[in-house]
Design a protein around this ligand. Structure first.
Ligand code: KIV
Ligand code: ZN
Length: 534
């Protein structure tokens, strides 16, 4: 491929940059579930992690490389600092992928050189060249990033990129690491690179950007107009600080406004050929999966995937939409895979109907996952007569969630009301198989349950976020609880779905505590190079 690529390449970094945001930490099975869904979504490259950061990251990348990195699957990539040991570890992690990429980087801005790297420009030039060549000794597919390119001296940037391409980089990625540039500035940086790096036609120009000023998506679209052909983005825009450019926003902007963008890719204005390889109908499902597994809620007014993104509240708008959808809608909700939420199954539905509907919804479960989800389905169907598509999705996502099964909720009982002191009794099964019961009084039933759970688990933590959302309307709806708690400086999240929101609250809390408990138990996790994470 050259940077004359005729379509936009989507590089997803949800599992690397996205997973770096506080509390979004995923375990290996969860990462694998997301990687499989990203492959169904049709991303070209999955940056599956930073192999050198921890043995857990390494294992997750290796597993994704082996299972998702098939011949016709996406390229599997690992990040690596421009260091021998990082690059060697990245190469080992991606070795089982049919198509593997090493993404190596070093900072190029004056501020990073002076304070972080304590290196001169000529030292950085030499390192970039040597490390790209080293990465190239493991794979042909090497990406190089000059970190903080957005604030780097352009002349130095051109030199580094030229040397990296000469050493074998096939993609050069331009990061706005601190989300500082404006769209016209970022577009000008890309144009400057195209005009001033002599061998730029031997590499794809990629962009990577953070959303500190809310400009990441706009910056990327301007970059596309100036020659960028790979976009590094995350589902729901999760990521370091204010997050990364959101995949769904970029893809839908390029889709809905393709007539505007076509000429920039050398196509006739009216070309209907998609600008990306993304199956847009998988967008909503991918967004829900990532939100449920990371505990990072999607704000209701979030473009494309927010709960209100397709809702019309004003009477004037509703009237217009009823007369003709195009009056107030620029895209059809079905385009992103939002179904009409049909009532599909009930208490008497069997395994076959359950399996068939899940297949139709695009869930590809293993036999074990299907069995677990079916047991949950029966439990829910006993309480709730009609099960809709959205209920099914909540059940499946809840079952896929693989928080370490250390403590398990066996019983939750509360007594509360206008003239009662909220009191809770809980029984938990401990990691040793023992059943422990405790009780507590709280300011409300959930507070009482959490206090009782804390008396059993006994690990100091501070609850920093608690949210309940109903999956469908109706008094018997499934409630989804998402919580985030802090232990020292780390954040852990938990998620659970149940028709009883007190039970869902208890399960979500125990889920997050299990992640915290597993972290405390695992010396390897504690040695994780968090300080080194980029
Ligand atoms: O934000 C950044 O600069 C990065 C690089 C490692 C690409 O994440
Ligand atoms: Zn980044």
């Amino acid at each position: 491929m050259t940077n004359q690529a005729e379509r936009i390449i989507i590089f997803d970094t949800t599992l690397r940059d996205g997973e770096q945001c506080p509390g979004a930490t995923l375990n290996i099975d969860e990462k694998l579930a997301i990687a499989k869904q990203l492959a169904r979504l049709g991303v070209d490259i999955i940056e599956a992690g930073f192999a050198f950061a921890s043995p857990g990251d390494f294992e997750a990348i290796s597993k994704i490389a082996e299972i998702v990195g098939t011949e016709d699957g996406p390229v599997i990539c690992s990040l690596a600092r421009a260091r021998h040991d990082d690059i060697k570890t990245a190469a080992a992690a991606i070795k089982n992928a049919a198509h593997g990429r090493i993404h190596t980087f070093i900072a190029t801005s004056d501020i990073h050189l002076k304070y972080k790297l304590k290196k001169t420009k000529s030292e950085v030039l030499a390192i970039a060249e040597e490390m790209v060549a080293y990465a190239k000794s493991f794979t042909d597919d090497v990406e190089f990033s000059p970190e903080d390119a957005g604030r780097s001296d352009p002349e130095f940037l051109y030199q580094v990129l030229e040397r990296a391409i000469a050493a074998g980089a096939t993609t050069v990625n331009i990061p706005d690491t601190v989300g500082y540039t404006t769209p016209s500035e970022f577009g000008a940086i890309i144009k400057g690179i195209k005009d001033n790096v002599p061998n730029i036609d031997q590499a794809i120009i990629s962009v990577h950007g953070h959303n500190d000023l809310g400009l990441a998506v706009a910056n990327f679209l301007e970059a596309v107009k100036n020659g960028a052909r790979q976009l590094e983005c995350t589902i729901n825009g999760i990521g370091e600080r204010a997050g990364n450019a959101a995949l769904e926003e970029l893809v839908m902007a390029l889709h809905v406004r393709r007539q505007y963008f076509n000429p920039f890719l050398g196509r006739p204005v009216d070309s209907e050929q998609p600008l990306t390889n993304i199956d847009t109908r998988q967008i909503y499902k991918t967004s829900r999966l990532v939100s449920n597994l990371t505990g990072m809620l999607v704000q209701p007014n979030k473009a494309i995937v927010g709960a209100n993104a397709f809702a019309h509240e004003s009477g004037i708008h509703q009237d217009g939409v009823l007369k003709n959808k195009l009056t107030y809608e620029i895209m059809d909700a079905q385009l992103i895979g939002l179904t009409d939420n049909q009532i599909v199954l009930g208490k008497h539905s069997g395994r076959n109907a359950f399996r068939t509907r899940l297949k139709e919804l695009g869930f590809d479960l293993s036999e074990t996952e299907l069995n677990k989800a079916f047991v949950r389905f029966k439990e829910v169907a006993d309480k709730k007569k009609e099960i809709s598509d959205w209920d099914l999705e909540a059940i499946v996502n809840d079952e896929i969630q693989q928080a370490p099964d250390l403590f398990r909720v066996e019983l939750v009982q509360v007594s509360c009301g206008s003239n009662a002191k909220p009191t809770a009794t809980v029984t938990l099964r401990t990691p040793d198989g023992e059943e422990l019961t405790d009780a507590a009084i709280g300011t409300g039933p959930v507070d009482a349950v959490y206090k009782a759970i804390n008396r059993v688990v006994n690990v100091p933590n501070q609850l920093i976020e608690f949210s309940v959302q109903s999956v469908t309307a109706g008094i018997d709806a499934i409630g989804e609880v998402t919580i985030r708690l802090r232990h020292e400086s780390r954040v852990f999240s938990g998620h659970a779905a149940n028709t009883d929101i007190i039970v869902a609250s208890a399960q979500a809390y125990v889920n997050a505590l299990n992640r915290l408990y597993a972290y405390l138990q695992s010396p390897e996790q504690q040695q994780q190079l968090t300080a080194e994470k980029v």
